[in-house]
Design a protein around this ligand. Structure first.
Ligand code: C5P
Length: 227
């Protein structure tokens, strides 16, 4: 198991809110996710804020463009402690190779996003004209053949990922303590179950960031996987 398996998703829109959340977290026990919500609102100041507090960054901008644009965009983040960044696997092999070159330059891991877990079977069929499982499986193969570091996948794709890409890192959102639906996440697993099924890292947002006591909510999940 990784020693910092939990990635706390900072889906906040101000530096003040972000600051108040990270003040309750320990950079020796977790990483943080900066994605489109926070980055579009506060830009590089958000990266500075979390970096200065000692956190490694899961930079989840899901890059998807022509190879040269993706490469240049990623390379511009060289000065930040980015451990992983994300790209859409549907960008294709040339784009993924360009992203990998950029990853080496900024010393980060390149993580591929396959089919968005929010897509229903029907929506996915309209886009990909075949089953989600076949599409995801081929995208996992593409992640491997293009030299990627890992993938983001739903907890329900962990078994498929273990079979197709046993040696790549698997990062999983959709973590909830119990499986009664209380928000927009539908296909969830507990933190412990996701780790047991092969997840290396868990992206967890609201169960931690919207808790009354953020430190205790984090500790409860942390202890559930490390004890
Ligand atoms: O608040 P919650 O725990 O649902 O946050 C999950 C995080 O993982 C969010 O930042 C969300 O954008 C991200 N994510 C996801 N599903 C994906 C990919 C990323 O929930 N397929």
């Amino acid at each position: 198991m990784q020693n910092k398996s939990i990635i706390v998703a900072l889906d906040t829109v101000t530096l003040n809110e972000t600051s108040s959340i990270i003040s309750e977290l320990d950079p020796n026990k977790c990483m943080v996710k900066v994605g489109s919500v926070l980055f579009n609102a506060e830009g590089r100041a958000a990266l500075d804020l979390v970096a200065n507090a000692g956190f490694e960054i899961f930079f989840d901008l899901k890059f998807h463009d022509i190879p040269n644009t993706v490469k240049s965009s990623i390379e511009s983040f060289k000065s930040f402690p980015i451990k992983f960044f994300t790209v859409h696997l549907s960008g294709g092999k040339s784009m993924l190779s360009a992203a990998k070159e950029a990853a080496e330059l900024i010393n980060a891991g390149c993580i591929g996003v396959s089919v968005l877990t929010s897509l229903s079977n029907e929506e996915a069929y309209t886009v990909y004209t075949r089953s989600i499982e076949n599409t995801v499986s081929d995208m996992f193969e593409l992640a491997k053949s293009s030299g990627g570091t890992g993938v983001v996948c739903s907890p329900l794709e962990l078994k498929l990922a273990q079979a197709v890409i046993p040696n790549l890192i698997k990062i999983t959102p959709g973590i909830r303590a119990n499986q009664n639906k209380t928000d927009d996440q539908t296909r969830t697993l507990s933190a412990k179950a996701a780790i047991t099924q092969g997840a290396d890292f868990l992206v967890i947002g609201r169960p931690i960031t919207e808790a009354k006591d953020i430190g205790s909510a984090f500790d409860a999940i942390y202890h559930s996987i490390y004890e």
